[in-house]
Ligand binder design. Structure first.
Ligand code: FES
Length: 263
């Protein structure tokens, strides 16, 4: 159940050379969230820009008790440039939580999370859920350089074993990363994968999943307009058995089974 709310900015700080963390005071009615869901943010319009649509952003952290909501973002366009102008005490109109989040079936006790860059932010709330449900979690954090590996401390604070791999161009993803994951699979410590965004990671996890019979889920990154299932701007093809079907990422996703996603 989503709602529109007026949130108040508590802080909006750089966390490294590329990413900023926005912390909002938000009403409890929008904080019944699941990891992997997102909000549509009515970002301030920077000077000289034309008004634009709400921007979708995956949830980095939420705490209904403390009434806090967090987003981790990189300045990449007018929307995020507008977000970066927010100061403590400013207000931000948020609409959410939206979409279908990650699931954690009982059979998935040993979880492996694999992501790169800002994709790690989308998986951060999943690490908290894993800890709350007593699951074991290995987080493989890939980045261009060690200081850009997001959320490493956060994953550790949720009890995850963290492995950081870094390279300039994503080349560590295959095959070195694949060998690393296969060693874990051989040791019997992977029941399911979680990932976000990267097509290269998706292809690799599909290959490994198929070879070893390991299921998993991916949060898809996709351009959106309404975010509410009405405009069809986010439709993508998916595999369903031998068929290709089309689904709205904002409504039926953004989380889908890894085996059904098409890279
Ligand atoms: Fe409009 Fe998904 S963004 S239907």
């Amino acid at each position: 159940r989503c709602a529109e709310a007026r949130a108040i900015v508590l802080s909006n700080m750089p966390v490294n050379g590329e990413y900023r963390l926005l912390t909002l005071d938000a009403p409890a009615e929008v904080l019944d969230c699941a990891p992997g869901q997102f909000f549509q943010l009515l970002c301030p319009v920077p000077e000289g820009e034309h008004p634009f649509l709400r921007r979708p952003m995956s949830i980095y952290g939420y705490d209904a008790h403390a009434e806090q909501l967090q987003f981790l973002y990189k300045i990449a366009g007018a929307g995020t440039r507008g977000l970066a102008t927010l100061r403590a005490g400013d207000t931000l109109n948020v609409l959410g939580p939206l979409g279908q989040g990650f699931t954690m079936p009982d059979a998935w006790q040993n979880l492996m999370l694999v992501a790169r860059g800002v994709g790690l932010a989308t998986l951060a709330p999943l690490a908290r859920m894993a800890q709350q449900q007593g699951r074991s979690l290995t987080a493989i954090c890939s980045a261009r350089s060690p200081e850009l590996a997001m959320s490493v401390d956060l994953f550790r604070s949720y009890g995850a074993e963290v492995i950081v791999v870094h390279d300039e161009d994503g080349s560590s993803e295959v095959p070195a990363l694949e060998a690393l994951i296969e060693a874990r699979i051989a040791a019997g410590s992977v029941d399911a994968f979680y990932t976000c965004g990267s097509r290269r990671l998706l292809t690799m996890l599909q290959r490994l999943g198929q070879k070893h019979g390991i299921p998993g889920e991916i949060a898809m990154e996709q351009q959106m307009a309404c975010g509410l299932g009405m405009c069809q701007a986010c439709v993508r093809p998916f595999r369903e058995g031998n068929e290709v079907v089309h689904r709205r990422v904002c409504r039926e996703g953004p989380v889908f089974p890894i085996s059904e996603a098409i890279a």
